[in-house]
Design a protein around this ligand. Sequence first.
Ligand SMILES: Cc1cc2nc3c(=O)[nH]c(=O)nc-3n(C[C@H](O)[C@H](O)[C@H](O)COP(=O)(O)OP(=O)(O)OC[C@H]3O[C@@H](n4cnc5c(N)ncnc54)[C@H](O)[C@@H]3O)c2cc1C
Length: 241
Amino acid sequence: MVFEADQWETSQSKDIRYVGIPGMNAPAKQLAQDLTIHSSQTIDALNHKEGKWHLHSAESGDIGQAFDELILATPGPQAFALAQHIHPDIKTLTEASNMKGCWTIMARFKEKQNVAFDAAFVNQELISWVTRNLSKPNRKGAESWTIHANANWSQEFIELDKSEVTAQILACAKKLGLDCSTADISIHRWRYASGSSTPAPGYYANRQVQLGMCGDWLHGGRVEGAWLSGYLLANHLSRPL
Ligand SMILES: Cc1cc2nc3c(=O)[nH]c(=O)nc-3n(C[C@H](O)[C@H](O)[C@H](O)COP(=O)(O)OP(=O)(O)OC[C@H]3O[C@@H](n4cnc5c(N)ncnc54)[C@H](O)[C@@H]3O)c2cc1C
C-alpha cells in the first residue's frame, strides 16, 4: 500500500522485493561463513609506515600485526574520520559522502494486530516505511512491526532524545492505523543509513598506499550498491599493476 496526502492507494510498483530468510542479515552471514572476522573491534586509528598498514582498535589497542593492503568498507563519514590524513583525494571523496540517518522502531505485540496492510510506503509524513515482519516469507515468532522514519526527518532530528523521537513516530503510526499503545517498543538510531556521494565513483583504489574503499555510499546507496562497489574494487585489485 501507499499512503500519500492522507489517502491510501494500492502500490503500482512491479519491482521484485527481496528479503533475507530467516532474517535480513542471513545473506551477509552466508557470504561471511568461510572468512575470519574479528568483530566488536572499533578501529580508531590507522597509519601507513614503511609500506605497511598499522591499525589501532578502541577495545584492544595496537593490532600487533602489519598489513600490506587495507580496505575500508565503512560508511563515508567513518572512512573520513579514519583516513582523511592519508591522501587529499580520500579527504575530498569521504567529505562529500552525503549520508543520512534513520530512526527505526520495532514494535512487538502479544497478539496479531488488525491493520489493513502488511507493508506500506508512506510519503509526506515523518514515517517512510512500515511493515509487519511476519508477512515476510518463512518468518516465525511473535507479531512485530518495523517502522522507519524518513531520511530527511531522521537526519534533522538525529540528536533528539529517544523518548521524544519515539512519541513522534508512534503518533504518526497511529494516524496510519497502527496503534502501538500495547506494544513493547525499542528504538534504534542508524547514523549512516542512506545516501551516497555524487557523482558516485563505484569504489576507490590507491595503489600508492595500497588502500581501497568500498561501500554503498560509493555506488548510489542501498545494498546492491554496496555489493557492486566491493565487487568492482576486488576486480580492480586483482588486475596486475
Ligand atoms: C534501518 C535500515 C534499513 C535498510 N533497508 C534497506 C532495504 O530495504 N534495502 C536496501 O537495499 N538497503 C537498505 N538499507 C541500506 C543497507 O543496509 C546498506 O546499503 C548496506 O548495509 C551498506 O553496506 P556497506 O557494506 O556499504 O556498509 P554497512 O552495512 O554500513 O557496513 C559498514 C560496517 O563498518 C563497520 N564500521 C564502521 N566504522 C568502523 C570502525 N571504525 N571500525 C570497525 N568497523 C567499523 C560498521 O560497524 C559496519 O558493520 C537499510 C539501512 C538501514 C539502516
